[in-house]
Write a protein that binds this ligand. Structure first.
Ligand code: 3PG
Length: 212
């Protein structure tokens, strides 16, 4: 099983984008690349998602591009066909976990409870997404999980922002944080790509301060 977190290392911030067209996806990827961030999760929540991911891979080979919101076996293999370099799910089932393992790609299955973590752990998975992080108990919950599952690392997403990201990044069992706060919806609407670059740069600075 390949490690997702070893891929994300360096700047373990995962901006999550939901492009509504290939063109929008390329603008968002360019804005993120210009900030110095290197990782992107494209969520499969729009008709353009697969095509946008493929276009981003082609245009920005220096970026590491994964696909999220995968809910079943077909999604997993369609994402790989589109060029996804890692796979993320918002939640899990045994069937979904088996598909992720069979894919051979790095992946983070979504967990929100100790029983979810146990299910993935029993399949040998040690890297997981914690979602929806804020609503599921936030950083204190992850800290408590750490005392039971000391060999599991997490990427929390959902409700994370510039004000609370440091609470998660300070935990030893958090190896990355993700979210849409780095990609303000108002900037997408206004096609203000440079302010997205600035928002990503602010997140990168925050991460560097916590890591120092
Ligand atoms: C996800 O897929 O992880 C979430 O949609 C991100 O949540 P956020 O918009 O609160 O960052």
């Amino acid at each position: 099983m390949q490690s997702t977190f070893s891929l994300l290392q360096g700047a373990p911030l995962l901006p999550i984008i939901q492009p509504n067209s290939v063109e929008e996806g390329l603008h968002l990827a360019e804005a993120i690349a210009n900030s110095g961030l290197r990782n992107i999760e494209v969520v499969k929540r729009s008709d353009a998602a697969f095509e946008a991911l493929s276009a981003i891979r082609q245009r920005f080979p220096e970026l590491l591009v994964g696909m999220g919101t995968l809910l079943n076996r077909n999604h997993v293999f369609e994402a790989l066909d589109a060029g996804a370099q890692f796979l993320i799910t918002p939640t899990l089932s045994e069937i979904l976990l088996d598909a992720l393992i069979a894919s051979g790609a790095p992946f983070l299955p979504g967990v929100a409870s100790p029983s979810d973590v146990l299910m993935a752990h029993q399949k040998g998975v040690r890297e997981m997404k914690f979602f929806p992080a804020h609503l599921s108990g936030g950083a204190p919950f992850l800290k408590a999980l750490g005392s039971v599952f000391s060999d599991v690392s997490f990427c929390p997403t959902g409700g994370i922002n510039g004000e609370n990201a440091h609470e998660y990044l300070a935990l030893s069992n958090v190896k990355a944080v993700g979210g849409t706060w780095m990609i303000p919806a108002s900037a997408i609407k206004a096609k203000d790509w440079s302010s997205i670059t600035q928002a990503c740069q602010r997140s990168l600075t925050l991460f560097q301060e916590v890591a120092a």
